[in-house]
Every structure is written in C-alpha cells, then in structure tokens.
Write a protein that binds this ligand. Structure first.
Ligand code: PLP
Length: 453
C-alpha cells in the first residue's frame, strides 16, 4: 500500500493527501474509483476464498466479475505461468510467435462452434470486442462495401468501456422474458416480436449500412444472467444471413465454461461469425481476451489484405497465453464443464429453496454457474425498488460485511430502474460452499432491504 506521500512532490495533491489521513488509513492513489474510497486490501487468494490485510476472509461467489473460474491460487495455472516466465516472458508478436500462443489458439479452436477457423489474442474483454468490431468492418471494406459502418446491439447489454463498445449505435430490445413478455403473450410470440423488431431495425438503418449484430448469448452484468428464449438466436442467425450481416457473440462474461458448455451459444445450436471471450479465459491469472473468427471471414481477409490489420503491444502475450492454456487444460482434465452443470443445478435448487417465495425476489434465472436474482419491491406487480435507494449497492455492502462477494447491479430494467445480484462462483465450488453462499446472501439481501426501507 502506498504511504500516501509523494516524496518528490509532497504538495502534489492536497485533496488526496487530506482525505488520505482523515481516518488514519492510507488512501489509494488509484483513480478508477471514487476519490477517498479505499476498498479492503486483498493479500491472499486460495480456492474460492480471498483474504484482506485485516485477516478477514471472503467467499468469492462472483469470481470477481465472472472471472475466477478456477478459484484463486490454482497450482497448475501458477506453475504454467512460472514455466513460461522462466522460458520467455515476452516476445513482441510482430517478430515472433510462441508455443503457448499457438497451443492456446489450437485448443480454443478445438472447442469452438462449427466454422470457427482463427483466433486473435488480445489483453481483455473490451479489447476483444474492439478487435471484433474492427475485424467485422475490415470484412466489408475488403469487399468494397465502405458504406457499412453500423452495428446493432441490444439494450441492457454491456460490451466494455472503450469508445467502440460504448458507441451510440442502433439498439433493440433485450430478450428479457421476465420483464418484457406481456401477459397473454406466449414465449414463441414474444420471440417472434423481438425478431421482427430486429428486422425492422436492420431495415430502418438500411441493410447495406449494417456491419453486424452484437449480443451476449446470456446477458451478464447489465441485465443479470438473462438467458435467451428458445429459438431467439436461431432467428437472429437467420436474419443476419438474410441481410448479409455478421453475428458477433459477446461471450466475454458468459463464455469459457461459465454456463456449462465452453461457449454459451452452443446451447442455442447457433454458429456466430465472431465470438469475443475474456474474463474466464485467463480466469484472473492474466489479463487476456480473444476473438474467434469464422473461416468465411478469414477467407475474405486472405483474398484481400491478407491479414487482420490490428495489433496491440501485448497481443498474444506469452505469459497470458500460457495461463489461459493451463486454465483450458484444467477445465478439460478435471471435467469442469460437467461440474458446472452439476453445481449449477444445485445452486439453482438452493436459490429456489431460499428465495423462491421471498417477497423481494421476483426472478431467479441463469445458466450453469451464472445465476442471478432480480429484486422487486412487490413480487406480484414486479415493481422495482426506487433507483435512488440503490438497493444493489446496499446488498453489495451487506454481503461484503458478511464475507461474501457477489456482483449486484442497478438499472437491470431500463438502465435506471431495477436491481439484480449476479452469482458466478468458481467451477471448483463444493455443494457445502454453495449452501454457505446462499445462506450469507439471504442475510445480506434481508439486511439491505431493511436498511433502505
Ligand atoms: N463484454 C461483456 C459481456 C462484459 O461483461 C465485459 C466486462 O464486464 C466486457 C465485454 C469488457 O471486458 P473488460 O472489462 O475485460 O474489458
């Protein structure tokens, strides 16, 4: 922890310095969170547990943000990283490839849905999405279709914090049955309505101007583990084919085994043109993301520029690749996809037992070990709590107080209203640990509701 004093320039930041010692706690100089806010200092990770500098232990029931799929301190991943660091910590991708990067690409391809033929390795989820967007644009530029500049995405989706992923683009409704399927409407009818809306958006933009449709197969942070309705992604694929646009699956959060299959979209039996992954790919051991690319897209690049015109300094980083390769090998060796399905079913049952009749839990949803609760003020009317009450923040604080990390968010319904709690425990979690997670979560939810009421 920094002392808070800048040796060269002690007066550099009077505001920070004054906040810094108000409570006698050294304040973080790291600027991506509220000034003056210093979270606990993590000093140790072991399995599903993290420990802070005060000796308090937390169950990591969200894998951070659906990242730590193997838990913390996994010896095989750490050994693979050490071995790679000893051999070669870095070799710029413009000059060299490495065995780790090549092997990782092969292993990813072995698991990928039909048609995927190439992999681009980057340093995180948003980088993967940016690379996917650029690659999709290049795909059309290679064919002289320069007018194609638009991506259509869905509301209640999150694709990253970078300008491309945040760009103001046409949006359609999420596939969010609990909130938006109206009474009397069947699931099939609801799905058809969403697909009609997507088609209308493509036509309104002008199909000749659209590059692709981006969607999370199971919507993660913004909506709370919202699975699609049956046939939804099949319909999306059909529309993309009809209008010659690309389907880009953002599996940064839901991919890499989190839902019980390596890629979440497998369960919808649909093959995207591009798939972005991150988070669980490196499982937190290294920052890494990847874009998986369909063979037809690659072929056009091959006939055109002959390369995807994109690179970062840390593209194909050898230690990141070695970590991700080890993560994949552990998932395969320990049959962890089967484990995710089994423990996922257990978690769903436990959540149902505890929250199925809870007056403030309206929906329990998700796939595999990617589950969420949606909180409501009134169960029958599905009325959310007022956004100003920030129920999600209260749940997070109450859970942390009880040594439980979960991932609550607000704005699930429309970006402003609605609260949900996302659970994404490590794949190695035991049934007894799941039971402890659900018990602590029940206490935290009840305490948070009391606190804001
Ligand atoms: N896509 C999805 C679906 C995500 O959930 C996230 C992060 O939460 C991203 C992209 C961006 O990933 P990163 O935060 O690693 O840049």
């Amino acid at each position: 922890m920094p002392s808070g004093k800048n040796q060269k320039n002690p007066d550099a930041s009077p505001l920070l310095s004054s906040v810094n010692f108000l409570k006698g706690i050294p304040m973080s100089r790291i600027l991506h969170r509220k000034l003056g806010e210093t979270p606990p200092v993590a000093v140790k990770g072991d399995g599903i547990y993290l420990q802070d500098s005060q000796g308090k232990t937390y169950i990591d029931a969200s894998g951070g943000a659906a990242v730590s799929s193997l838990g913390h301190g996994h010896p095989d991943v750490i050994a693979a990283m050490h071995a790679q660091i000893d051999r070669c910590a870095y070799a710029h991708t413009a000059f060299f490839t490495t065995e780790a990067a090549e092997d990782l690409a092969e292993r990813l391809l072995a698991h990928a849905p039909a048609g995927i033929g190439g992999v681009c390795l980057v340093a995180g989820g948003a980088e993967a999405m940016e690379a996917a967007l650029k690659l999709a644009r290049q795909y059309f530029v290679e064919a002289g279709e320069h007018r194609r500049t638009l991506f259509i995405a869905r509301r209640q989706s999150w694709h990253g914090n970078t300008p491309g992923a945040l760009a103001d683009m046409p949006r359609v409704s999420p596939c969010y049955e609990y909130r938006y399927r109206v009474e009397g409407q069947g699931t099939e009818q609801y799905t058809a309505m969403l697909l009609d809306e997507l088609e209308a958006a493509i036509l309104q933009a002008g199909p000749e101007r659209v590059i692709g449709f981006c969607a999370e197969p199971v919507a993660g942070a913004a909506g709370g583990a919202i699975p699609p309705t049956p046939g939804y992604f099949h319909g999306v694929r059909t529309l993309c084919d009809k209008y010659g646009i690309l389907f880009i699956a953002d599996e940064v959060m839901c991919g890499m085994g989190r839902t019980g299959t390596m890629f979440a979209i497998e369960q919808d039996a649909v093959a995207p043109d591009l798939i972005a992954v991150g988070k669980g790919l490196g499982a937190g051991y290294q920052p890494i993301g990847a874009v998986l690319v369909n063979g037809a897209v690659l072929e056009r690049l091959q006939r055109g520029d002959g390369a995807f015109l994109h690179r970062h300094t840390y593209t194909s980083h050898p230690v990141a690749a070695a970590a991700a390769l080890a993560v994949l090998q552990v998932i395969e060796r320990d049959d962890l996809l089967a484990q995710v399905k089994k423990r996922g079913a257990t978690l769903r049952r436990m959540l149902g037992d505890v929250f199925g009749g809870h007056p403030h839990v309206g929906d329990i949803r998700g796939r595999g070990l990617f589950m969420a609760l949606e909180l409501v003020r009134d169960r029958a009317g599905r009325e959310p709590f007022a956004p100003e009450l920030k129920l999600h923040a209260a749940i997070r604080a109450q859970a942390m107080r009880r040594g439980l990390m979960v991932y609550p968010m607000g704005g699930s319904i429309d970006g402003r209203r609605g609260d949900h709690v996302l659970l994404a425990p490590p794949f190695i979690v035991s049934a007894a640990q799941l039971s402890e997670i659900v018990a602590r979560l029940e206490e935290a939810v009840n305490a948070a509701v009391r606190e804001i009421s």
